[in-house]
Design a protein around this ligand. Structure first.
Ligand code: DAR
Length: 357
């Protein structure tokens, strides 16, 4: 039954890596308990055949337990052949100053985020409601250790009913509109099939620093999405701030789940390694035909190791004046500094092509 279902998906959805790399003989070699566990991991890709990956890990050790299968999907998606070893390197003194590209970029919107999961909880897809509330309570304690910090002091806002930090529906919607808070996860079929949006909105919330430059999502697709954002020209600034924010959060006694092979462990295999998405908003009116299409630009950015989306986030179109969100596609087998350099060099190339168009 399962094998037939997946083989059908493979015939109609060639990009579904769960289906592409599913091996009935490997599945049959697993014990009933392991088969049940693997089915939970790939259910999202079965219920959503248009998935690009089609799997979410439920426990950090899943990547080791099912490595013969998951490793094929991971290498395919991240285009990795040969030795796979994630190394972290936030870089040296090389400066990536957008003003060297064009003074007009002096006040660009920059954002860098990493996904992180605590080693001592199941990943979001396998958390019980009790786990989610215990995890949020742990994070409230961590944030209380930051409140008096000059750099990271801020406030925690909870979605959990009856939480002392609970915000109103109106406040929640306003934060979503400002792209500070994540959307209602129960509306996402991929996350729902994986159990990642179960018990919504219990155990979910966000921390925001007073200066608005640090935001931590609690209980989204990963346990934590830690992001720094600012307007400016020096990419190094935003990376450096993220790094010191991560250090400050880890110093509160958190241990993040890591794999010897894949680096930081994330729910989705697409985010393994650095778990990092670094992005910058850029106006490309010619390459987006004044914001009417992203199609041509998507092909072009792929050659530059970048992905492009509308400034409104995933699945949105270009904004007025052709405003788009650009980010390096690489997450795994790449260092943090290389991600920064890829973004900078991609902006240089796109600006040149835009001006020649
Ligand atoms: N819809 C899932 C997610 C892929 C990458 N995006 C994430 N992780 N937010 C899929 O497999 O297509």
């Amino acid at each position: 039954m399962l094998t037939e279902q997946i083989c059908k998906i493979r015939q109609c959805h060639h990009d579904n890596l769960m289906a592409r790399h599913f091996d009935p003989a490997y599945f049959a070699s697993l014990s009933p308990a392991q088969q049940k566990r693997l089915q939970q991991i790939i259910l999202t890709g079965i219920e959503n055949p248009d998935s690009i990956m089609g799997a979410y890990a439920m426990h950090p050790e899943d990547y080791d337990l099912f490595q013969p299968y998951l490793d094929k999907m991971i290498r395919d998606y991240h285009n990795i052949k040969g030795e796979l070893k994630q190394v972290s390197d936030w870089g040296s003194d090389e400066r990536f100053d957008l003003r060297n590209i064009d003074p007009v970029l002096a006040n660009s919107s920059m954002r860098v985020r990493v996904g992180r999961n605590l080693a001592d909880f199941p990943l979001p897809g396998a958390m019980s409601k009790k786990d989610r509330l215990a995890f949020e309570k742990r994070m409230v304690g961590v944030f209380s250790g930051l409140v008096d910090s000059p750099d990271f002091g801020g406030r925690y806002l909870s979605l959990t009913p009856d939480s002392p930090y609970q915000i109103s529906e109106e406040q929640y919607q306003q934060l979503v509109d400002e792209h500070k808070m994540f959307k209602d996860m129960s509306a996402d079929p991929y996350l729902s099939a994986a159990g990642i949006s179960s018990d919504w909105p219990y155990g979910r919330g966000m921390y925001e620093s007073t200066d608005g430059q640090l935001i931590v999502w609690v209980g989204e697709e990963d346990h934590l999405r830690i992001m720094t954002m600012k307007r400016g020209a020096l990419l190094n600034d935003i990376f450096a701030r993220l790094r010191i924010s991560l250090d400050a959060i880890e110093r509160q006694g958190l241990v993040f789940a890591r794999s010897a092979t894949y680096g930081y462990v994330t729910s989705c295999p697409t985010n393994l390694g650095t778990g990092m998405r670094a992005s910058l908003h850029l106006e490309l009116p010619k390459l987006t035909k004044n914001g009417t299409t992203l199609e041509g630009l998507k092909q072009l950015t792929k050659t530059l190791g970048l992905s492009v989306r509308g400034a409104g986030g995933e699945h949105t179109e270009a904004g007025a004046g052709g405003l788009v969100d650009l980010s390096p596609s690489g997450r795994l087998q790449i260092t943090e500094e290389e991600i920064c350099r890829c973004l900078y060099e991609g902006i240089v190339a796109l600006r040149e092509i835009e001006q020649r168009s």
